[in-house]
Design a protein around this ligand. Structure first.
Ligand code: SF4
Length: 923
């Protein structure tokens, strides 16, 4: 006979706070009182209180270190790798409990939520039971606040639990895949596949069908070497382009035996693709085999780093976090810590302590020398992608892999760049060089290892290649020479020494000289400008001391480059000589080291070229400049930068030309310019052969569904008026507003002025750069509550996909002109028409922002620009049929009110909805 479940413990009081007030409920949730801030902090500093989302609560109470019995931690422990919105309502919905109707009801609900979760431990269907006992034992030792309440409810398992590292599934080595066979897709097959993807009974949409047919052209056999089939397709929002290209892509992958890489710019689209590709694969197993999501390796958990953290490498809250990560890793689909199935709020609960140290950020992977190599998430994703039909990646990864010659086996031959309007910017940052203090200290650590004697596995070259060094004298000498030369790179505390004019070594010296030069020029130009922002200076303005420092720094880097190049050659020689000890594991590790050395020597060569440019004639292909990076008045990096004037040149050379077919698509590919400009910004003009342009309009009725209101009576620089306008517009709309800013400081000022007022009206306001969460978590919180509003900057302008009621109003603080920059000025000048160039950029930003508003055929929304200075010539950024009016704030508010009423009526009468997949859904 099984023993009865242990009684629930008495729960402590529960605290909830919003901008509207602070509430404390007793541990049964039967009585709630309101508190003043001081009282709440005093109560919270005593015995731990129940709460949801301590960092958010802490920011509402103005006490960032607030802690207690956070229900989100309990959720993460009980249900690792499961999604929940990190609010009281989100948690309630996840537990199938009616959410609170107001802030005042939240505190009283917390004891019930806590009790439900504690009782869950007694359920026979608790899917994540395995590992909980082991994990709790460790967490108890670390004094995790929930441990005493769980102890007794999670009993010792009958059989010993497998620990994480033996639970994880090993990946299988994939046999080399033959080259894809040349196939020609037939239109009828493509349309039939599209029909299967959209589903039986779905209405066929001509635009989507035409788009699928156009996309199929990129899968035709290419005409010859270096002549990829390029298709550029502008597909208006709502035509369902994702399924439109998945039709030919899945068909081609099956018929040819090859892999199609689909590259996105935002995580929102990656998530959408993850959902939509499932339509083609009948079950989880088939889906996992044929569809792989790939990200940069810095996104994934490194098991060796985790093991190190679990074995004493981390202390305090970071050690607790490591236990949560271990629990999550056992249930994670792919070990992706950033945007995968790890909740975005989990690292934030621990104030990000230790999160980055658990990934492989610094290229210290020891590959086959690692005891977890066969279960490594990164290695698994790499191998899975070699056999997959569809690899979902991002622009940066596709470009970096191509540039560094990775994925030799599976070098993409068919690529779809969705969100193709970002191709230029992605190429711009991928093919750039930056010799900064932060970059250079990473290289030093990679060569020498950590400077302090602290626990951890981070090791330098000598430790990573000790077997090579003991076998090959020349290799050993090269490692020693490299270690010696790397001492010229910046070390720990470099920024302090540079700021105090006491640089150590020639690289710190050049950084100190850069800093002095930049400040001196800023002084001459009339002060330091806004200390909240970084400073830039064109490298053309280089004087004597900078030239001297750059020459010495270049010499120091050359002294490092030579032994690293020599070491690379010795490693190749060791592989060729194949000594007895070189088993497959050692060979894989040395292969890994050769590739890591390769890109570091490339990096060094780029840095040396940049330094040698100081004081010499500029290379017209590049734009070079100096920076002092600052945020909120504090310097955090200093350096020299080089960007391509036209980054589509390396994009074409490295990524496009070797491919056989490339589709570049976006809803705003041409926006802001003509077709010719769109083709140029995709790199097509650097290629021989044919490229096709295709265009299909959005099926949405923008004239009926939306309007643009330009508010003419908010004076530029009047922060009180700006904040007041935001508050009144959000109040009128009843929330559901996305507020877009071009400056973080103005965003913060507006947030600080209006958050309390809105909260008192029951309208939550979330803000990027204020609330301690990443944009994806904030978007989830915003999407989940139709009364919530969200303020943000660039990342939200086109990284947000919120169909339906949650987003009904977009308010831009002004015209999104570019910030002045050396690079921007150079590109404007090179364009031959600086005004037209800038106008094109602004039009593109407006079109992207407007694109957030209408995501489905039943969406209704208004786009408000709070600037009388909005030039009429830029209004063609919006769809042609959208009504645009210049109005006073009062009129704008009246229009918002009136549209809200008609939208509600329209929704009542709606019979069908066309969503972003282009699929008609009956309501
Ligand atoms: S193989 Fe590399 S990335 Fe993977 S767990 Fe080991 S050290 Fe970490």
């Amino acid at each position: 006979m099984s023993s009865p479940p242990p009684p629930l413990p008495n729960l402590p009081s529960a605290l909830h706070a919003s901008h509207a007030g602070i509430w404390l409920a007793d541990g049964r949730g039967s009585e709630t009182v309101t508190l003043a801030r001081g009282e709440a902090l005093a109560r919270a500093s005593g015995s731990p209180l129940l709460m949801v989302n301590a960092p958010l609560l802490g920011s509402r109470l103005g006490y960032a270190d607030l802690s207690g019995l956070d229900l989100l931690e309990l959720f993460a422990f009980l249900f690792p790798a499961q999604f929940v919105i990190p609010t009281v309502a989100g948690l309630a919905r996840a537990l199938d409990i009616a959410p609170p109707e107001s802030d005042a009801q939240c505190a009283a609900l917390l004891p019930r939520l806590a009790a439900t979760m504690l009782e869950w431990t007694q359920r026979p269907d608790w899917a994540e039971r395995e590992g909980a006992w082991t994990s709790l034992t460790q967490l108890e030792r670390l004094r995790w606040s929930w441990a005493p309440l769980l102890r007794g409810r999670i009993t010792t398992p009958a059989t010993a639990e497998r620990w994480l590292f033996s639970r994880l599934q090993q990946w299988e080595e994939q046999p080399p895949r033959p080259q894809p066979s040349p196939v020609s897709l037939k239109d009828a097959e493509v349309f039939a596949r599209l029909g299967t993807l959209t589903g039986a009974g779905a209405e066929t949409r001509d635009g989507q069908r035409d788009f699928a047919g156009a996309a199929a052209n990129s899968f035709a056999p290419r005409l010859g070497k270096d002549m990829p089939n390029m298709v550029l397709a502008q597909a208006g929002t709502g035509i369902g382009k994702t399924l439109g290209y998945l039709a030919p892509a899945t068909l081609w992958a099956e018929q040819s035996g090859g892999t199609v890489w689909i590259s996105t710019y935002t995580k929102a689209l990656q998530r959408q693709l993850d959902r939509e590709t499932r339509r083609h694969y009948p079950n989880d197993e088939a889906f996992r085999k044929h569809v792989v999501i790939r990200k940069g390796r810095e996104n994934y958990l490194c098991l060796l780093n985790l093991e190190d953290a679990l074995q004493g490498g981390f202390a305090g809250r970071a050690a607790v976090f490591a236990q949560f990560v271990a629990r999550w890793a056992a249930y994670s689909r792919d070990g992706d810590m950033v945007g995968g199935d790890m909740p975005g709020w989990l690292p934030a609960l621990f104030r990000r302590a230790g999160a980055t140290a658990l990934t492989d950020r610094r290229g210290e992977c020891i590959y086959a020398g690692c005891p977890h190599f066969r279960t490594c998430f990164i290695e698994r994703a790499t191998r899975m992608s070699q056999g997959a039909d569809i690899v979902i990646a991002n622009h940066a990864l596709v470009m970096i892999n191509a540039a560094r010659g990775r994925e030799v086996q599976g070098a993409p031959t068919r690529i779809i760049f969705d969100e193709g309007h970002h191709l230029f910017d992605a190429a711009d940052s991928t093919f750039a060089a930056a010799l900064t203090g932060r970059e250079a200290i990473e290289l030093r650590r990679w060569v020498i290892g950590p400077e302090t004697e602290r626990k951890g596995r981070r090791r330098g070259l000598a430790a990573r290649l000790s077997d090579v060094a003991s076998y090959d004298d020349e290799g050993a000498d090269a490692i020693e020479d490299a270690r010696e030369a790397a001492r010229a790179l910046p070390g720990d505390e470099w920024l302090r020494r540079v700021q105090e004019h006491e640089p150590a070594g020639s690289l710190e010296r050049i950084l100190a000289t850069v800093r002095e030069t930049v400040y001196a020029q800023a002084e001459r130009a009339g002060g330091e400008a806004d200390p909240g922002y970084g400073l830039e200076l064109d490298l053309a303005i280089a004087d004597g001391p900078l030239i001297e420092a750059a020459t010495q720094a270049a010499r120091a880097l050359e002294a490092l480059l030579a032994p690293l190049q020599k070491l690379g050659k010795r490693l190749v020689a060791v592989i060729e000589l194949a000594p007895d000890w070189l088993d497959s594991a050692a060979r894989a590790r040395i292969d890994g080291a050769i590739s890591a050395l390769g890109w570091r020597t490339d990096l060094l060569m780029n840095w040396i070229a940049l330094l040698l440019r100081v004081g010499n004639a500029p290379d017209p292909r590049f734009v070079d400049w100096l920076t002092v990076d600052r945020a909120e008045g504090r310097e955090y990096d200093i350096g020299l930068h080089r960007h391509w004037l036209d980054p589509t040149k390396p994009l074409a050379d490295v990524v496009l030309r070797p491919a056989h077919g490339v589709l570049v698509t976006s809803a705003t590919l041409r926006s802001g310019g003509d077709t010719e400009t769109a083709m140029q910004r995709s790199g097509v003009h650097h290629l021989e052969g044919n490229s096709r342009w295709f265009e299909v309009m959005s099926p949405f009725d923008y004239a009926r569904q939306s309007e643009v209101l330009i508010v003419t009576d908010i004076k530029r620089g009047d922060m009180a008026a700006l904040a007041g306008a935001y508050a009144r517009l959000i109040e009128t709309a009843g929330g559901g507003t996305l507020g877009l800013f071009t400056a973080i400081r103005r965003l913060r000022t507006v947030q600080a002025r209006i958050a309390d007022r809105l909260a008192r009206a029951g309208l939550p306001l979330y803000a990027q750069h204020v609330d301690p969460f990443d944009p994806s978590t904030l978007i989830d919180m915003f999407r989940d509550d139709p009364r919530a509003s969200l303020l943000g900057t660039d990342a939200l302008r086109d990284g947000i996909d919120v169909p339906g009621e949650s987003l009904r109003l977009v308010v831009m603080e002004g015209v999104p002109w570019s910030k002045p920059s050396v690079l921007g000025a150079a590109r404007r000048a090179a364009s031959g028409s600086p005004t037209a160039y800038e106008d094109r950029l602004v039009r593109a930003r407006l079109a992207q922002a407007f694109g957030r508003l209408i995501r489905r055929s039943d969406d209704q929304g208004q786009f408000v620009i709070l600037s009388a200075a909005m030039p009429s010539r830029l209004l063609d950024a919006f769809p042609a049929d959208v009504p645009i009016s210049r109005v006073t704030l009062e009129e704008a508010i009246a229009r918002v009110r009136s549209r809200l009423g008609s939208a509600a009526k329209m929704r009542q009468g709606a019979v069908e909805t066309l969503d972003e997949s282009g699929i008609v859904t009956p309501e």
